[in-house]
Design a protein around this ligand. Sequence first.
Ligand code: CAA
Ligand code: FAD
Length: 389
Amino acid sequence: SVMSFPAYAPTDEHQMLREAVRALAEEKIAPRAAATDATEEFPWEVYKDLTAADFHAVHIPEEYGGAGADALAAVIVIEEVARACASSSLIPAVNKLGTVPLLLAGSKELNKRYLSPVARGDAMFSYALSEAEAGSDAAAMKTRAVADGDRYVLNGTKMWITNAGVSEFYTVMAVTDPDAGARGISAFVVEKSDEGVGFGPKEKKLGIKGSPTRQVILDNVRIPAERMIGAPGTGFKTALATLDHTRITIAAQALGIAQGALDYAIGYVKERKQFGKAVADFQGVQFMIADMGMKLEAARQLTYAAAAKSELAMHGQPQKDLTFFSSAAKCAASDAAMEITTDAVQLLGGYGYTTDYPVERMMRDAKITQIYEGTNQIQRMVMARQLLK
Ligand code: CAA
Ligand code: FAD
């Protein structure tokens, strides 16, 4: 009919996917979450379990051997993994972040070569935009790629790269024309095994401790020119267009962390007795629970709306407001996650402050969602630019 409204509400298939991921997460991921946090080791066992169930990169299209799941499905997988373990949720999230540049701008040949191993679970894919002096101001990067015959030679140091060292492949943004500003940046695929690729030590972090964050050091890395993603000078556009799709997955991570904290707090306040009754009987506690649930659901609906737009945009229907929605979803969900996890600690009292309970970990893990894939000040700047334009 003339009036056709694309629904973004989860379908029965989405619901079944959620149940399947939740079952795996409760059985295999949640029991390992505290140890992953304490040992700061990458959760290889979780990676194996996610891969065996085909939940490690559901977004990869069928033509490259993937499951071809839509953006909402990817959100649901990340939410459910993050509800158990935020570090582990960076496996599907960063696999998407690293590969969306190829899906948006890569040639079929390049995509076949690099997406199929990710779909099979033989390789992970990271995304390297930031540098020590170029975080929010990403276009100020210094990493250089200089043409030399049919090769490019890369030099520079990328900072804060999630899953660096465990990923086989890297989307690296580098300057090919230093006089052209943001239009002089190009995107490349770099392999861990390329000569001259090195990694800095693991950063010691507040949270997501099971996900290594390291520098990617490029020392005269010579790669074939075919490894450029898209045309010369389009790398910054590709990098930002990618974030339009993947800030939604960080929103999903934040939702999952917050859901985990809310669920735990609800169980706790019903059991914990003070003044002769369950603390859940006090209105002061009930109003906190109500606010936590309200903030979470508002952020979730915004994230699902953003995911629906991402899905349309990925399939030839550009969405003018995708940039606004993905920034809004990431900002709202991460702010909600910080508030909800902090309140969860509050609701467990002194016990919540100890590592005997999972909510302090969730609070530490929530913090990063307000910082990466653009700080929340940058999200507000992006939203305002779209609204005022
Ligand atoms: N899609 C496509 N192109 C875009 C775009 C978008 N959403 N937004 C801007 N562009 C284009 C512009 O049109 C412009 O191109 P033209 O000159 O050809 O028109 C070019 O990109 C530069 O745009 P701006 O002048 O707006 O760029 P800017 O220098 O002012 O920077 C910014 C914009 C929003 C601040 C951007 O730098 C930014 O998002 N910074 C935050 C960095 C960030 O999010 N990093 C995340 C790293 S990944 C990570 O953290 C991983 C993890 O969590 C696991
Ligand atoms: P800065 O840009 O120096 O910001 C400092 C402060 O100033 C912030 O509060 C910021 O919001 C504020 N600020 C800056 N500019 C403005 C402005 N114009 N208006 C208002 N406030 C402003 N990057 C990758 O490329 N790949 C990754 O995989 C990756 N993973 C990460 C994992 C972790 C654990 C961390 C900590 C970071 C990761 N990052 C990654 C980098 C991340 O995206 C940057 O840290 C982030 O974009 C902020 O940059 P910065 O740290 O340089 O902060």
